[in-house]
Ligand binder design. Sequence first.
Ligand SMILES: NC(=O)c1ccc[n+]([C@@H]2O[C@H](COP(=O)([O-])OP(=O)(O)OC[C@H]3O[C@@H](n4cnc5c(N)ncnc54)[C@H](OP(=O)(O)O)[C@@H]3O)[C@@H](O)[C@H]2O)c1
Length: 269
Amino acid sequence: MPDLHHKPLPRVSPKHAPNVLVLGGTTEAGALAQALAASGIRACYSYAGRVQTPRPQPLPTRVGGFGGVAGLVRYLADERITHLIDATHPFAARMSANAIVAARQAGVPLIVLTRPAWTAQAGDRWQTVADMPSAVAALGGAPRRVLLALGRMHLAEFAAQPQHHYVLRLVDPPAAPIPLPDHHVVVDRGPFDVAGDLALLQRHRIELVVSKNAGGEGASAKLAAARQLGVPVLMVQRPILPARAEVHEVDAVLAWLGHGATLGVARGV
Ligand SMILES: NC(=O)c1ccc[n+]([C@@H]2O[C@H](COP(=O)([O-])OP(=O)(O)OC[C@H]3O[C@@H](n4cnc5c(N)ncnc54)[C@H](OP(=O)(O)O)[C@@H]3O)[C@@H](O)[C@H]2O)c1
């Protein structure tokens, strides 16, 4: 997160004042929203509406899908958006793919603010798989005690491996029955810390952690806890998206906005 109190922020020329749409739902998007608000850049923050009580943002906020590519193109035009920033989760592949196409169609420059993927460290016992079906397939065999730290979207897929005891960490209490015969739900919202995740793994005698390679600080505690306890991790790789202009720092987005769309980093690069 940038140190907003000590770092000078780039100035935006009022003549070319941006009107930004932030596709959010992540810690990084929240940090960006703070920086945009602090620098007085006009912007709107967009949530998908997946969680019951989204974190309040210091920007005007809208909630809900746009209605696919066509809906997003219409929104960009109607709201006279000058810059589109995709700060969604690395696994929000549909939204990110739609953003690429819609930005191109609308002639609006796009930049992606994302976190670097995690990489295995000494002591890690990772098995890396390409996607969620591969993770499910890798869970064949004898019953184990498994932490599924994946959110609620993919739980049904694990019904194909019903022999395990699954511990599920979810942001909200489940609204519908969970199709896993032997499970325990922990309702908690990150960021998490290593002490808490060590306690979680020990309390539930977890033998395997299933994780998306989300990257970032807030969700990495379970990996450090697994490392300390020698627990293996089944790591699901990120979905592959077309090449995009991508940065990891909020300051880089502000610099991009400060120079407007003339940098040529946006369309389909
Ligand atoms: N996937 C994860 O593991 C994960 C983890 C943490 C947070 N999140 C956040 O949760 C949200 C949904 O993730 P997902 O994986 O379900 O996305 P997804 O599968 O890529 O998106 C499905 C649809 O949800 C709508 N949508 C997604 N993000 C949106 C946003 N920021 N604003 C408005 N509409 C949005 C879009 O609907 P339309 O086609 O109708 O526009 C999109 O086509 C994202 O904002 C993401 O940053 C996701």
